[in-house]
Design a protein around this ligand. Structure first.
Ligand code: SAM
Length: 328
């Protein structure tokens, strides 16, 4: 069978990355960052050792990235990142799966329909796979911002965005610290799940735990709301147990007061590695003087992405819901 463009590009990126990895004794992800930088700059880093230089010069000569479309580039880079993450990365640093990212993109397009120059922010951007997948589905994106604390991931994210020619402003920081950022119209984020270690910083949030460490996923929701304009939307990939935890009463009360719950979509188990990692999507609208709660929130159990018939039915139901509830 003939190879697809994505496979061809992935193989080239992968070969080069392996060459660098062997020679430099770096991790695959760090070597991948060197590869992507090299492809983007179309030249080798100045410090490259002569022996490696020769090999890489050949690689780079063959790698004509401009011949590929944005989606192909995103997918090929994604495959390489996934290879590098296998076994090496902590669970909560995992890249958002492709199917989930595309689903979030669909929802982002629906909630922002008719708007222009949509300002977008992802405060836990990781590799920027989710964010760039969403951008690929939005016609009206305006300024785009992202934040990530992990140095390797943000490096990969910047290169990923550059190669896709997506203009994104990146903040390399703890996203629970303040930003120099005007409120946005849309937040999309696959939230990190767990405890937030900085108890002093957590004190600034309504959703801090009454006792002990706070949940970072709760603080991330509040922080995202802080940087959303009234009437703006937030689409989060959340752990399925978000509303059943020991601290969920507080979260409920906070959301009741500050947001409208637009929808909750339970994602299929098959989209994740294990039942424990199962996620849902939460759609919120930040309350504002002109906002109103939807009559009936969108509650969906998403079928397996492989079941195309069931998926078509659900999409038709969702399209109907959006047409009825969001004046489209
Ligand atoms: N959507 C991303 C992607 O497609 O690659 C994956 C997001 S991952 C589930 C959550 C991310 O949050 C991780 O990359 C992790 O490093 C980041 N993170 C965790 N705590 C953070 C913090 N306090 N500030 C900024 N980023 C944080």
């Amino acid at each position: 069978m003939e190879k697809t463009d994505v496979e061809l590009l992935f193989e080239q990126i992968d070969n080069t990355t392996e060459n660098i990895q062997q020679y430099k004794n770096e991790t695959y992800l760090d070597s991948l960052a060197i590869t992507l930088e090299m492809i983007f700059d179309q030249q080798l880093p100045e410090t490259t050792e002569p022996e490696l230089k020769e090999k890489l010069q050949r690689d780079i000569g063959q790698l004509e990235v401009s011949a590929y479309g944005t989606t192909e580039i995103r997918k090929a880079v994604q495959l390489a990142m996934l290879k590098g993450m296998k076994g090496a990365t902590q669970q909560q640093h995992l890249m958002t799966p492709e199917t989930v990212a595309l689903f979030v993109g669909y929802l982002a397009d629906k909630v922002t329909a008719g708007q222009k120059n949509i300002r977008i922010f992802d405060p836990a951007s990781g590799t920027a796979n989710l964010l760039t997948a969403v951008l690929g589905q939005l016609e009206n994106a305006g300024t785009v911002s992202a934040s990530e604390v992990d140095p390797t991931l943000i490096k990969l994210a910047v290169l990923n965005a550059n190669l896709q020619q997506q203009e994104i402003e990146f903040f390399h920081q703890d996203s629970l610290r303040p930003f120099l950022l005007d409120p946005v119209d849309l937040v999309v984020s696959d939230l990190p799940v767990g405890y937030y270690p900085d108890d002093i910083r957590a004190n600034d949030f309504e959703l801090k735990a009454d006792e002990g460490l706070s949940y970072s996923h709760h603080l991330f929701i509040e922080q995202s709301m802080n940087y959303t304009a009234p009437g703006g939307y937030l689409i989060f990939v959340i752990p399925e147990f978000l509303f059943d935890s020991d601290q969920s009463d507080k979260l409920h009360a906070y959301l009741q007061e500050n947001a409208h719950i637009v929808g909750v979509l339970q994602l299929p188990e098959t989209a994740f590695k294990s039942e424990k990692n199962r996620k849902s999507i939460l759609i919120l609208q930040k309350q504002g003087p002109e906002t109103e709660a939807v009559k009936q929130p969108l509650l969906v159990q998403v079928p397996s992405f492989k079941d195309t018939k069931a998926m078509d039915d659900i999409l038709a139901q969702m399209n109907a819901w959006f047409a009825e509830n969001m004046n489209q």
